[in-house]
Design a protein around this ligand. Structure first.
Ligand code: IPM
Ligand code: MN
Length: 355
């Protein structure tokens, strides 16, 4: 298969994990006889520096013109600490999601055999947890009307029926292919927008009789997720709740550095880790590349390359089994392997896959 990949390394640890992701894809191409072409674009703080815009037109054109985007991370503390900044790196990510119409963000959460002790939660609670959070990605407070002055500010949490229906459809379909259990997470006891979500979901339930559905308030879901993570199969929720719940969910896996995601919708799909740019670690060769590498697996699977996806997942499992991991997954937070070394090991493993 021929695939044209737009690579957006972004900021902080982004470029380091991006290199690992691209190398693993090159190993897959060589091992399985595919042709993957990579073109690089600016996004985030690095794009602001280069062009003044966190998601410049040329990056948009590159994405539009590609089969998939391999994205890493954006963010820079210089902007976090300056509430008056007129442009922010994160706006680049949001612009990308909006302009490409990526309304569905799929975030699978699982525990990895051998890493159960990395979660601060008890092993018998997290063991075997395996669920997917379907996060709405182009609506809600992130994109609603905003107002900002020195004495008053607001964000509007607006959703249309159309936006709710299309994301629920993705979630119902996913649930029907998995363990057929869908949890709709909202705050319908307080928020009007949540009540519309619930109404639409209740209407759509009838079309998916095989899917068991339950409705849960977001505060309760936040508790349930760490009390009994195995309860969940597919969760669907709005943008802001999904953002918060998936950081929480990463605690079940044991490290933020383990969770990949895919964002799909109207145009080119994007594959990216759920974690941020971790600027404190940039250049230190300690960032865990596995979330990026698992995003590559999701990319391959998206194009029906399931053996290739499995090769990448097997490589990740094997690296964990052999202790070839970055310090966040090492014993007592230490490891002799850095980002690059783990990347080299994974690529070598993929090249030898099945041999
Ligand atoms: C995420 C991130 C982004 C978000 C930030 C960087 C804008 O936290 O992908 O979860 O809030 O969506
Ligand atoms: Mn987030």
């Amino acid at each position: 298969m021929k695939l044209k990949i737009a690579v957006l390394p972004g900021d902080g640890i982004g470029p380091e994990i991006s290199r690992v992701g691209v190398d693993v894809m090159k190993a897959v191409a060589e091992r399985f006889g595919h042709e993957f072409m990579f073109d690089y674009g600016f996004a985030g703080a690095s794009a602001i520096k280069a062009t003044g815009n966190p998601f410049p037109q040329e990056t948009f054109d590159l994405c539009k013109d590609s089969d998939a985007v391999l994205f890493s991370a954006v963010g820079d503390p210089a902007y976090d600490n300056n509430p008056d900044a007129k442009v922010r790196p994160e706006q680049g990510l949001l612009a990308m999601r909006k302009q490409l119409g990526l309304f569905a963000n799929i975030r699978p959460i699982q525990t990895f055999p051998g890493l159960e002790d990395k979660s601060p939660l008890k092993e018998d609670i997290v063991k075997g947890a395996d669920f997917v959070c379907v996060r709405e990605l182009t609506g809600g407070m992130y994109f609603g009307d905003k107002f900002e002055s020195d004495d008053k500010a607001f964000d509007t949490n607006m959703y249309t029926r159309h936006e709710i229906e299309r994301i629920l459809k993705v979630a119902f379909e996913l649930a029907s292919r998995r363990r057929k259990h869908l949890t709709v997470v909202d705050k319908a006891n307080v928020l009007a927008s949540s009540r519309l979500w619930r109404k639409v979901a209740q209407e759509m339930e009838k079309e998916w009789p095989e899917v068991e559905i339950d409705y849960m308030f977001v505060d309760n879901a936040a508790m349930k997720m760490i009390q009994e993570p195995r309860f969940f199969d597919v969760i669907v929720t709005e943008n802001t709740f999904g953002d918060i719940l998936t950081d929480e969910a990463s605690v079940v896996s044991g490290s933020m550095g383990l969770l990949p995601s895919s964002s799909i919708g109207e145009s080119t799909p994007v594959f990216e880790p759920i974690h941020g740019s971790w600027p404190q670690a940039a250049g230190l060769d300690i960032a865990n590349p596995l979330a990026q590498v698992l995003s590559v697996a999701m990319l391959l699977e998206h194009f029906g390359l399931s053996d290739e996806g499995k090769a990448v997942r097997d490589a990740v499992d094997a690296s964990i089994r052999h202790g070839v991991v970055t310090p966040d997954l090492g014993k007592d937070g230490k490891s002799e392997y850095g980002t690059e070394a783990v990347g080299r090991w994974l690529s070598a493993w993929v090249l030898k896959y099945g041999a």
